[in-house]
Design a binder for this molecule. Structure first.
Ligand code: ZN
Length: 168
C-alpha cells in the first residue's frame, strides 16, 4: 500500500478492552486481526473480546485492530526498527484486564460440584438397592401367586367334578 493511501486511511481504534489507543492519539502501529480462523480465535480469546467470536475472521481482519502495546517483542519481525511488522504467528498476550468475563473458565466448570455429585451418586445407589430388593420381593410374590393359582385351579376342577357327580 502506498504512503498516500496509508495516511488517508480511517482512524484505527485498538480493540483491547483495557486500551483507548487509536491511530490519531498515538504513533503506535495498529494490527488487523488475522484472517486465519484459528489465529483469529486466539486473538479473541487472549484479548477477552468474546463478543467478536460470532464475527467472521475475514470481516474482523478488515476493521478490527490491536495496538503495539499488546504484543511481546518476540512477535515483531522488525523489533529493532519501528515494531510495525508482526511475525506470521504473532499472538497478543499483554492485557491488563478483559472487558468481558472469560467464557473459558465459565464453561470449564462442572455443572455439579464434587460434593453434590457424590450425594447424588449415593442417593441413586440407595434407590437402586431398594428397587432390587423390591424386585426380589415381587419375584417371590409372583411365585406364591402362581402356586395359589394352581391351587385354585385344582379346587375348581375338584368342585366341578363333585358337582358333576351330584347330578347323578
Ligand atoms: Zn491497545
Amino acid at each position: 500500500m502506498s504512503k498516500v493511501l496509508e495516511t488517508r486511511r480511517a482512524r484505527r481504534f485498538c480493540a483491547a478492552p483495557d486500551c483507548d489507543n487509536n491511530s490519531e492519539s498515538c504513533t503506535l502501529s495498529f494490527f488487523s486481526f488475522p484472517k486465519d480462523p484459528e489465529r483469529s480465535k486466539k486473538w479473541i480469546e487472549n484479548s477477552g473480546r468474546f463478543d467478536l467470536i460470532a464475527k467472521k475472521p475475514l470481516d474482523l481482519s478488515k476493521n478490527t485492530y490491536l495496538c503495539t502495546n499488546h504484543f511481546e517483542d518476540s512477535n515483531f519481525s522488525n523489533i529493532k526498527n519501528k515494531k510495525n511488522r508482526l511475525t506470521p504467528t504473532a499472538v497478543p498476550t499483554i492485557f491488563t484486564k478483559s472487558g468481558i468475563p472469560h467464557l473459558g473458565t465459565a464453561t470449564n466448570q462442572p455443572i455439579l460440584d464434587p460434593g453434590m455429585e457424590n450425594n447424588m451418586k449415593k442417593r441413586l445407589e440407595k434407590e437402586l438397592e431398594k428397587a432390587l430388593k423390591e424386585n426380589e420381593i415381587l419375584k417371590k410374590m409372583n411365585k406364591k401367586l402362581k402356586l395359589l393359582n394352581a391351587k385354585v385351579q385344582r379346587l375348581e376342577r375338584r368342585s366341578r367334578h363333585s358337582a358333576y357327580l351330584r347330578r347323578f
